[in-house]
Design a protein. Sequence first.
Lengths: 160, 160, 86, 86
Amino acid sequence: MSNTVRLQAGEFDAAAEAALLTRGRTDIGAVVTFTGICRGAESGEPIAALTLEHYPGMAEAEIARHVEEANARWPLLGVTVIHRHGRIEPGENIVLVVTASSHREAAFAAAEFLMDYLKTRAPFWKQVESAAGKNWVDAKSNDDAAAERWTKPSGREAAE
Amino acid sequence: MSNTVRLQAGEFDAAAEAALLTRGRTDIGAVVTFTGICRGAESGEPIAALTLEHYPGMAEAEIARHVEEANARWPLLGVTVIHRHGRIEPGENIVLVVTASSHREAAFAAAEFLMDYLKTRAPFWKQVESAAGKNWVDAKSNDDAAAERWTKPSGREAAE
Amino acid sequence: MSTLKLIYFAWVRERVGKAEEDVAPPANVATVAELMAWLARRGDEYAHAFENPKVIRAAIDRNHVRADTAIKGAREIAFFPPMTGG
Amino acid sequence: MSTLKLIYFAWVRERVGKAEEDVAPPANVATVAELMAWLARRGDEYAHAFENPKVIRAAIDRNHVRADTAIKGAREIAFFPPMTGG
């Protein structure tokens, strides 16, 4: 099992990261890759950039804990999480989650679990830079609801 | 919106296909890529290869119908589905689904929907080549159950 | 009934021993299930292929259909095991 | 109470006007919520930062904690708005 967690200011290559997880292996049957990208508009207003602030000591540890939890919940054969910080312009990548497993159910569920947690528990804060100035992004209640489903016995997991 | 459905005997480059969907766009915030890979063993027994038989006229049309349905169900900004046929050796790719949307929920749900349908409704049949000879793969009841969830009002969609 | 093209896939194809053929079933063969029953009486290889019609899926003119679907007007009917793609 | 390192992020940091500082709250400040109330009384910038403590999240020694968590033994406490990463 190969787990990678990386915080970095610069861009990443999603394809190269996914290839690293599977290279030379024949036990992996399913790879799910999630890439979060900076959009050019928020609520219809064009934006110039996002700036991501993070809590240096905590962010990496917090993500690593969630990767461990994903490995405990699902039979994963590899996980990579990369989260950028600093200034990010529209079209650039923000976050990458890659999960590998023998079967698709585990790979999909683990990728969604990790994204839901990154959105609500990883110590990152987005600031939007636009014609209206710089504004901190408000947390979304539907992100909290999405994260909440992993703490209940009902819902998605029960259906699988 | 860009929809691509392709059946082919040769390998595909998952990374290049995902890049094609997002290149030059700033409306896409989330890209989910699923890659299905030929494993080196089935139920613990080493395999030499899979051979995928398909129904040439129907397979492409059937997948295209499901891509249309995914677009009707979720606000997608691009979908690519590539399915290989013929002989595929362990470690090689079998199937690719890429979904792009403004937000992650739609991209994840559409990718899972398309994979569940490809497993149960797209006219492909896998034959395993191993020391025991050539054997057709049995359909899995849990794949049927996974596909079934998209036809019910309860379940995953209701939670989102 | 006019001529109908039949196509077989996977182990249905292997058991029947051919990938496709043209047939002209009698007028009283009205549904997919009746067509399977009629085929099963055409010889040992067909009897083997269609011995358990409940597990065999069918498509008429490249659309999935149920066993009770009428075949009237069909040009191409395919028989195959449950799909295992993806 | 011994010296405690406080760290602020995002708009909490902007309102307080600094990224971090060392403080020595009195012994009767026992929980995260009490620490926020004590900080809010340190000046206008703190009052503004902690005017709605319900929306502010905290971490003790880099672990998320609830407002009723005891701060005894803590070396580093961070205050920040709800996270918006991913």
